[in-house]
Design a binder for this molecule. Sequence first.
Ligand code: COA
Length: 372
Amino acid sequence: MTAHAATSPSIGLASIGLSLPPLALPVEELAKLRGQDPQKYTLGLGCQEMALCPPDFGAVEMAVEAAKRALGRWDGDLGRIGMIVVGTESAVDMSRPLSAWVAEELGLRGAVRSYEVKHACYGGTVALRQALEWKLSGAAGDKAALVIATDVALYALSDPGEPTQGAGAVAMIVDQPDIAVIDPMSYPWSEPAFDFWRPVGESFPRVDGKFSLDCYKKAAENCFRAFVGDDDAQQKLSALAAICFHVPFPKMVKKAFLHVGESFGWDYELSNQIFSQKIDPNMGWNRQCGNAYTASLWMSVAEALAGLDEGQQITAFSYGSGFGAELLTLTAGPEAATGAWTADIEHDLANREHIDAAGYESLRDARLAASA
Ligand code: COA
């Protein structure tokens, strides 16, 4: 923890809830449709399965379910929620915030600040930081914030990004740090760029995939260098229990971390060793659901926190195209060891239906018809 953090009141994650949609497609099935070697997707990109939504299901439904699960295992009640903020790039309206749909389902109304945050995949992190800073400012009084990151990542048919599709939601209650303290100090980096964007009225993003990797690497290098400062990089990163990244697809994370290692003057062996020990194990849930945009990093963080001993520290690197990034540090609280929220993922993975290539084509047709 930084000196600043030591003098601030401890605020952080009091509860976590996750939700995945009810369908999944193994990437090998997509490879059949696109005439690709499946190893391009599994080895080349590091993907396994993509979580998919039926036509009548999406970011709102997952957000509501994740929120109910987080509230259900929190020891506070709905009356203590003074802020609901949703980070998403799957907005359902240009004016009405997605938080209003969720609040309606939860029966949350009254002296509550309710809004939506957009900054591509970084939006959930901005929402979380705002909730943290609201608590730390004293403006929250004894109220808690409900922060939700929720997204459905779908690309145009045959787009190179198609194998990285996914969906999911993570809800976090920001209050007493039973699960993790979030350090008030963080390390942001942003630069205006068109690496991935979705013009108003268009259904699918436009992606310059290779350029987005360059932007992501540059952001990671700057955030990690700021975090390390004048300290010894190897010592500082090795002392962490886990290093979590936003996961557009697992290979992108590895490429970015090798780049961070190079900037510290490390050879491949050292970077790869730290990647294998501290990063790769936190991407298990991501591999099973694909890219869930804003929820992607927080899914990895939720996986990493589960089972940690109190006091163990992790970092979380958030990236959103456009681009904006921020590196956060979290310290496990007494409830991290229980990993209670893993039950959400286990439940959703056990209950989802796997579809095949033909099922995927029908699903895309049905979604298209539903949105027409
Ligand atoms: N077996 C094993 N690996 C294979 C392979 C095979 N048969 N065929 C190709 N590959 C590897 C390639 O070598 C490459 O790996 P490398 O980059 O380590 O060399 C990888 O698979 C991808 O192949 P590539 O030809 O670069 O794929 P592509 O041009 O079709 O698309 C992306 C790749 C990343 C550009 C595309 O998936 C994309 O745009 N994704 C979305 C990016 C995104 O989410 N950006 C926003 C992030 S915040």
